[in-house]
Design a protein around this ligand. Structure first.
Ligand SMILES: N[C@@H](CCC(=O)N[C@@H](CS)C(=O)NCC(=O)O)C(=O)O
Length: 203
């Protein structure tokens, strides 16, 4: 999601092959043997197989909404958010969402763990509209899809938490054109099928 959002915002266009993770095409594994998505293959054959690197590549090419952090300090701050999000928070989210996959009776202690991070985000969002500052930026695009998953695991519980700033930020994200245009369900690609172009140009 975050790589797609950055590609759309930066007005890059790419061929998009939607992958079903249970049936990874050999073309994916050939490009990137670690077998995670997203993977971007550039025209010169360079492979970028980390979503943050794809975002950075796209936004460095064109950043009309100023998503990239401006100062070194902003980069550091963004990387700190990302490290916590992609590390401990993602781990807690997976266990909260799918406790049985991890042989847990429930995901409640992981919910408590994740909630600590969300409390921190809420505190930041009380004094500024976005994690990136006064406007939506890379930090918001990176974290919001994960916060969204956490929120929707038990939407009633999330709505009951005393985090109005975070709740408003998430609702705004879910209603944003950038998010909505990356949400379109795309059928899985199989070898030999025509390739889709992303983002689709509005006719
Ligand atoms: N750090 C990587 C993580 C990528 C990742 O774990 N992607 C998941 C899907 S969102 C995946 O491909 N999992 C592989 C699998 O489930 O087999 C990134 O941000 O690109």
């Amino acid at each position: 999601m975050r790589a797609r959002m950055a590609i759309a915002v930066s007005q890059q266009r790419c061929e998009l092959r939607e992958v079903v993770l249970a049936h990874k095409p050999s073309e994916l594994l050939k490009a990137s043997p670690k077998g995670t998505v997203p993977v971007l293959v550039l025209a010169d054959g360079t492979v970028i197989d980390q979503s943050i690197d794809i975002m950075t590549w796209a936004l460095q090419a064109h950043d009309p909404e100023d998503w990239l952090p401006r100062t070194e300090q902003d980069w550091e701050r963004t990387h700190t958010w990302i490290a916590h999000n992609d590390g401990p928070f993602k781990q807690a989210l997976d266990r909260y969402k799918y406790p049985h996959r991890y042989a847990l009776p429930d995901g409640l202690s992981q919910r408590t763990e994740g909630a600590e991070f969300l409390k921190t985000l809420n505190a930041v969002l009380r004094s500024q509209a976005y994690l990136a500052g006064q406007q939506f930026g890379m930090a918001d695009a990176v974290l919001a899809p994960f916060v969204r998953q956490f929120a929707h695991t038990d939407a009633l519980w999330f709505a009951q938490q005393p985090w109005p700033a975070l709740q408003t930020w998430l609702t705004q994200f879910e209603q944003s054109p950038t998010y909505l245009r990356t949400m379109d369900k795309i059928p899985a690609w199989t070898a030999g099928q025509p390739v889709r172009v992303f983002p689709l140009v509005d006719s």
